[in-house]
Design a protein around this ligand. Structure first.
Ligand code: NFK
Length: 249
């Protein structure tokens, strides 16, 4: 299926048979990525007495219970409810699902004992583009990101002024391939989260942050259409499935 779309008076064609999935699959056990000091997610059949709900074990159906944490175990999208006393729901915050998106690639820079992404880098990478969604691929970009054990790694993070700039560019949806836009241990500052949602100003209720994506190498930097989908969880965050489509002229 192909679609003709118009973005700001420019016409493009989309080929829906060529999705570029930038989500990380959730798998049971040690192959899954983990952050925030939790154990691996678990997918296992329901057991009642002698009944094990797996066809391989004599059940007529496979019927698994899944135990996982959206923030710790893979690609997830969160709303401002992640950091506010009143719990806002991602299902109520994210109401449209197709966005113009720009994929950029950033190399972290040294900052004291940390690795960070600066406002200057972001400015250079975005240039004059003003997408609704910004997809940040960080280097190095090995496939081990899909199973990384992130706890206590002090991953690279976005400087708050870089995120404020992203907000000033009117980006509504920020996606990154790290467990957080903020430093792993920041004494609760969450400075980049706060800057993105404008917590000290007019809170952006409809803005979202998606973390732990994986942007394959074959996806080149540039402009795309983004389909950002969540499961309908009434929670601050949900596992999500961001999918890019090339914009053909
Ligand atoms: N960086 C925060 C911690 C933090 O953000 C966090 C801690 C435990 C579980 C989840 C967290 N953030 C998740 O998105 C801090 O050091 O206080």
């Amino acid at each position: 299926m192909r679609a003709k779309i118009t973005i700001n008076s420019n016409d493009y064609t989309i080929d829906f048979t060529k999705p570029l999935d930038i989500s990380i699959p959730i798998v049971s056990g040690d192959k899954n990525p983990v952050a925030w000091y939790l154990d691996a997610p678990n997918v296992e059949p329901v057991k009642v007495g002698k009944w094990v709900a797996a066809v391989a074990q004599g059940s007529v159906v496979n019927f698994n219970t899944i135990n996982f944490n959206p923030h710790a175990h893979g690609t997830h999208t969160e709303c401002v409810g992640h950091i506010t006393e009143k719990v806002h729901s991602i299902n109520k915050s994210l109401k449209t699902f197709m966005f113009t998106a720009e994929v950029i690639t950033l190399v972290p820079e040294s900052y004291a004992d940390d690795l960070v992404f600066t406002k200057k880098q972001v400015q250079k990478a975005i240039g004059s583009k003003r997408p609704e969604a910004l997809v940040i691929r960080t280097l190095p970009n090995t496939t081990s990101k899909k199973s990384r054990k992130w706890s206590n790694t002090n991953w690279p993070y976005l400087m708050a002024e870089a995120v404020a700039y992203i907000r000033e560019c009117s980006v509504k949806h920020l996606l990154i391939d790290l467990p957080s836009v903020d430093r792993e241990r920041d004494e609760g500052a969450l400075a980049s989260h706060k800057a993105f949602w404008d917590l000290e100003g007019k809170i952006r209720m409809d803005a979202t942050i998606t973390e732990m994506i994986f942007v394959p190498h074959k996806v080149k930097d540039g402009s795309y259409l983004l389909n950002l989908q969540i499961a309908s969880f009434e929670n601050d965050a949900s596992p999500s499935k961001p999918v890019l489509y090339a914009l053909e002229k």
